[in-house]
Design a binder for this molecule. Sequence first.
Ligand code: JFZ
Length: 423
Amino acid sequence: MPDGPPAASIERFRDWRFGLFVHWGLYALPARHEWVKNREQLTDEDYQPYFDHFEPDLFDPRKWARAAREAGMRYAVLTTKHHEGFCLWDSAVSDYTVAHTAWGAGKDLVKQFVEACREEGLGVGFYHSLIDWHHPEFPIDLMHPQRDDEEAIAKAAGRDVQVYADYLHAQTRELLTNYGPIDLMWFDFSYPGRNYPDGRDGHGKGRDDWRSVELMAMVRELQPDILINDRLDIPGDFVTPEQYQPDGPMQRDGVPVLWEACQTLNGSWGYDRDNLDWKSPELLVKMLVDSVSKDGNLLLNVGPTGRGEFDPRALATLAAIGEWTRLHERSFRGARPSEYTAPADCRYTQNGNRLYLHFFSWPMGHVHLPGLAGKVKYAQLLNDASEIKRIVHEPAQQAQNTTMGGTASDVLTLDLPTQKPDT
Ligand code: JFZ
């Protein structure tokens, strides 16, 4: 059994560079964050109305996949089950599934999602929660919703995490057996040794609870080409910085490691109706460019509504990103970091012998590029292919400052238009 995935899977993933994350489950109905059951200490009974009223009549994953493709994404990762425990497919080992709702008899939303991705030419990933707030054998811990009362705690006593692990393994087997080749497995998440803020034992969970080594071996056996993330409390194939951009190419034990940043549109992964903390398309494009310049991917999340749609704010953001992608795709798809160091507030990406300079703010007429003198045959804006004239002879004033002791400067200076190009 090989230790890791084939090189072709790794390179394909790196080439995609931009993917869609979809967080969707019963929490779309309360519409106030996917952690609502935990945050508000809701019991199963409190949560039951969302199961009873789950009726996503507008669910059409072809629309999701098309919106993703038009934004420039090349793969999509769906929450098959989030922490709430609700399964979007007709799992043989659970009755807490879409197929057991009044609306969803006989339905398998994971299957529909996978088919839609394939039809739109997107790679497919499965997010699957390790945490389960519904399973009767998932032991109470700091991540588990619990009213701080004797009754709840007594009820939860004697739960056996190994019984839960059997369930986790059985569901993972279903997901990786019944839907053809799957590109990514995104488990979430481990928290070994984590305690409550006041120091009490948090009963954190990790590799021994999930039986991670055995689980990962099973995943590789069922799907030899798959990439597995790093949240099983054992090293995975790629690391997953969350809502955060690393300061450079990521490493593990001093060796470069495959990575994918994941980002929300508005700070919530699940649909969050009243949230006003929306990131601008401009900021999100910067995050994509920043990731690629550091050899990473960006997995950008949408939380569809309880009716199964991307809401207008999400669609508008994706459309605006798509307009940027339309003109700038070759600066990130299949691109890699450059060996050169970009000037302040800029990023470089490189594709073969083409170097792309991304401005995070528009310069004051000129930009100075160390190390590039004599190395650039031709320069142009990407959006309209208009030529950028190089300043071969630096202005006298500047030459005095930068050409010390008669050594020629290695700085290439570009003469830019005053106006920032539209996109
Ligand atoms: C997890 C989930 O709890 C969250 O709802 C969402 O699905 C996100 C993608 O993943 O959130 C985490 C997981 C791990 C850490 C932080 C947030 N962590 O290790 O710091």
